[in-house]
Design a binder for this molecule. Structure first.
Ligand code: NAD
Ligand code: IPM
Ligand code: MN
Length: 372
C-alpha cells in the first residue's frame, strides 16, 4: 500500500503538548493495523516560524502541503505575540479556504465516565446516548470574510462594515454533505441552523437552499431552528439533535457549545474536509492553543487523538486504500478513548489528576493491546 503522507503542524501552546499524544496513538494504530503512515513535521506557528521570519508560513506553503494526503494540526494562536486575526488568517483559515476544505465536521458525543453538566427535565443527569450528534459547519465562506472596511476612522462618525458571503455553490455543497450524512444515520434527522427572522437577506435564502436540497432526500426529516433557541435546546433538549448544519460562524459557536454540554471542549475533534480529495484535508481539535494552561501538562489529549482517528477513517476512503483496516483502526482508537474515559487516568478538565502524557499513553496502550 502506498504510504499516507501526513504533514504535522503542532502549532502553538497546548497544540505542542497534545500533538505528541496524537502521534503516539496513531503510531500504535499504524503498527497494529499495518497502516503505512509517514509523518513530516512543520513548525509553522507564532511560536517558532513567526519569530524567525515574521510570517506564519513560507511563501511556498501551498505547493509544499499540496504534496500531502492530510494535515494533522494542533492549534495556532498566541495573541501576546501575534494578533489573532493575523495568525489565524495567516495559517488555519488560509488552509481551509485555499485547500477548499468546505466541510468542518464536528462530532459531539457524551461518553460514559465523563461528568455531564446537563440534567433532563426531571433533574436526572444526561446519559451517554442522550448527546450524540454532528455539527456540519460551512467552512470557507459565510461570515468569515475580509469584505468591508472602516470609514471615518477615529472620528465620531466612524463606521465599520463587515460583509458576509453565501454562494449557491458553497451553500448547496455543504447542505448536500449534511443531508447525505443525515440519510446515512438511523434517525435521519437534520436540523438547519438559521436566523431568517433577523438576518433578512442571507438567512431566508439559506433556508430556501435547505428546502431545495430536502427535495432530494425525502427520508430525512428537516427542522429549521433559529440559532438563539437552537443554542438553548443544545442545553435543554440535546436528545433532539442528530445532524446540525450551520453557517461558518453559527457552526463555530455550536461546536464549542455542544462539547461543553458533554463535559469539556478538551474532547472535541474536527475534520476539515475537501470531500473530493482535490486537496489535503485537515484534522485538528476544536479547541485552541489555551495559553491559560500551556506549560502545565494538563491539557486533555483526547480531542487531538480522536481527530487522528477521523483522519485514518478519511484516508481509508482513498482509492487503493484498505478501507476496512482504516475503519478498524478508527474504531480501535475510539474504543480506547471510551475505555480510558471510564477507567482513567484522566486530565483535570475531566476531574482527574493525570498529565497529558499519562492519559495519552494509556490510550495508546489500549490501542496496542487490542481494545475493544
Ligand atoms: P481555547 O480553546 O484555546 O481555550 C478555551 C478554554 O478551554 C481555556 O480555558 C482552555 O484552558 C480550555 N481548554 C482548551 N483546550 C483544552 C484541553 N485540551 N484540555 C483542557 N482544557 C482545554 O480558546 P481561546 O482561549 O479562545 O483561544 C486561545 C488561542 O487559541 C487564541 O489565539 C485563539 O485564536 C486560538 N484558537 C485557535 C484554534 C485553532 O487553531 N483551531 C481554535 C480556537 C482558538
Ligand atoms: C475553530 C476556531 C477558529 C474558527 C478560529 C481560531 C479562527 O475557533 O476552529 O473553531 O473560528 O474557525
Ligand atoms: Mn471555534
Amino acid at each position: 500500500m502506498k504510504p499516507h503522507r501526513i504533514a504535522v503542524i503542532p502549532g502553538d501552546g497546548i497544540g505542542q503538548e497534545v500533538m505528541p499524544e496524537g502521534l503516539r496513538v496513531l503510531e500504535a494504530a499504524a503498527q497494529r493495523f499495518e497502516l503505512p503512515l509517514q509523518f513530516d513535521h512543520f513548525d509553522w506557528a507564532c511560536a517558532a516560524y513567526w519569530q524567525r521570519t515574521g510570517q506564519m508560513l513560507p511563501d511556498d506553503w501551498f505547493a509544499t502541503l499540496s504534496g500531502y494526503d492530510a494535515i494533522y494540526f494542533g492549534a495556532v494562536g498566541w495573541p501576546a505575540v501575534v494578533p489573532d486575526h493575523v495568525s489565524l488568517w495567516g495559517s488555519l483559515l488560509k488552509f481551509r479556504r485555499e485547500f477548499d476544505q468546505y466541510v468542518n465536521l464536528r462530532p459531539v458525543r457524551l461518553f460514559d465516565g465523563v461528568p455531564c453538566p446537563l440534567v433532563d427535565r426531571d433533574g436526572r443527569p444526561r446519559k451517554p446516548g442522550d448527546i450524540d450528534f454532528f455539527v456540519v459547519r460551512e467552512n470557507t465562506e459565510g461570515e468569515y470574510t475580509h469584505l468591508g472596511g472602516r470609514l471615518f476612522e477615529g472620528t465620531e462618525r466612524e463606521i465599520v462594515i463587515q460583509e458576509s458571503v453565501f454562494s449557491r455553490h458553497g451553500t448547496d455543497r455543504v447542505m448536500k454533505f449534511a443531508f447525505e450524512l443525515a440519510q446515512s444515520r438511523p434517525r435521519k434527522h437534520l436540523t438547519v441552523a438559521t436566523k431568517s427572522n433577523g438576518i433578512a437577506i442571507s438567512m431566508p435564502w439559506w433556508d430556501e437552499r435547505a428546502d431545495a436540497m430536502a427535495q432530494g432526500y425525502p427520508e430525512v426529516t428537516v427542522d429549521k431552528q433559529h440559532i438563539d433557541i437552537l443554542s438553548a435546546r443544545f442545553v435543554l433538549q440535546p436528545t433532539r439533535f442528530d445532524v446540525v448544519v450551520a453557517s461558518n460562524l453559527f457552526g463555530d459557536i455550536l461546536s464549542d457549545l455542544g462539547p461543553a454540554c458533554t463535559g469539556t471542549i478538551g474532547l472535541a475533534p474536527s475534520a476539515n474536509l475537501n470531500p473530493q480529495r482535490h486537496f489535503p484535508s485537515l484534522f485538528e481539535p476544536v479547541h485552541g492553543s489555551a495559553p491559560d494552561i500551556f506549560g502545565r501538562a494538563i491539557a486533555n489529549p483526547v480531542a487531538m487523538i480522536w481527530s487522528g482517528a477521523l483522519m485514518l477513517d478519511f484516508l481509508g476512503g482513498a482509492i487503493g486504500a484498505d478501507t476496512a483496516r482504516h475503519l478498524q483502526a478508527h474504531d480501535a482508537i475510539v474504543a480506547a478513548i471510551e475505555r480510558v474515559l471510564v477507567t482513567g487516568p484522566r486530565t483535570p478538565d475531566l476531574g482527574g489528576h493525570a498529565s497529558t502524557t499519562v492519559m495519552g499513553r494509556a490510550i495508546a496502550e489500549q490501542v496496542a493491546a487490542g481494545a475493544p
